[in-house]
Design a protein around this ligand. Structure first.
Ligand code: PRP
Ligand code: ZN
Ligand code: MG
Length: 225
């Protein structure tokens, strides 16, 4: 797929990981300017192009070899890996390392008036989520049947809108749940940001650049510890 010799790195365009992803790359000596209207930002000093996309698209872009590296939450990565297993499609990517930002948890949450004891309180109910695979894996392990309501966004308003009885969504500070009259009942997956590489990156010059960036990331993260 890579006709160009430039290394392609996918980062989240806007959201929880965007700023920290750009900060990390800059602290590794990758110079670039962002034009809000543009999908691609070319580095001025290294043969690197940044692709600014929706976080959910990043694992697929890496696995398909469209980009060489991606900075993404483990939750989104794991969701895509389970999806590909289910479809018998290969997950052609490796995790290079976890990063020291983007910590969050994927949790079950219900309305404040809901009398929750354990996950079995959700038996037979409807749960809204953007992470149907991680939710299914968890509920299967617990032996609980439920119906899912797949929403790509605004998951937290689903119970109030009468679309679902509970939700399974990302929680970081908890402010979104609180603002929507929900409380967290169970953490089903804990996540941080990580950097992943496509196994389809073959050119030695690209691999050398990846190694250089990774060793700089190791240095940056270690210096903060
Ligand atoms: C998550 C989640 C909530 C918010 C929770 O969205 O869907 O909207 O963060 O954070 P809080 O507990 O600090 O209020 P995210 O930023 O991952 O964006 P996305 O859903 O658009 O990918
Ligand atoms: Zn997202
Ligand atoms: Mg959200």
């Amino acid at each position: 797929m890579s006709e160009s010799n430039r290394l392609r790195i996918a980062i989240q365009k806007s959201g929880r990981l965007s700023k920290e992803s750009m900060k990390l790359l800059r602290s590794c000596g990758v110079k670039f300017n962002i034009n809000e209207q543009r999908l691609i930002a070319h580095s001025d000093n290294l043969p690197i192009d940044l692709l600014r996309v929706r976080d959910d698209d990043i694992p697929g872009l890496v696995m398909d070899g469209v980009v060489d590296l991606g900075i993404i939450g483990e939750n989104v990565l794991e969701e895509e890996q389970i999806e590909r297993e289910r479809l018998d499609k290969p997950s052609r990517c490796i995790k290079l390392r976890n990063l020291d930002f983007g910590a969050c948890r994927l949790s079950l949450a219900v309305p404040n008036e809901f009398n929750y004891e354990d996950a079995s309180s959700l038996e037979g109910l409807r749960i809204a989520t953007s992470y149907p695979n991680l939710l299914r894996r968890y509920m299967q392990k617990k032996g609980i049947t439920y119906t899912d309501c797949m929403l790509k966004g605004s998951v937290e308003v689903a119970p109030r809108a009468g679309l679902a009885d509970g939700i399974c969504d990302l929680v970081s500070t908890g402010a979104t749940l609180e603002a929507n009259g929900l409380y967290e009942t169970e953490v089903i997956y804990s996540s941080t940001a990580c950097i992943i590489q496509s196994t389809q990156t073959q050119e030695p010059s690209k691999q050398a650049l990846i190694n250089k960036i990774l060793s700089r990331i190791n240095g940056v993260v270690r210096a903060k510890e």
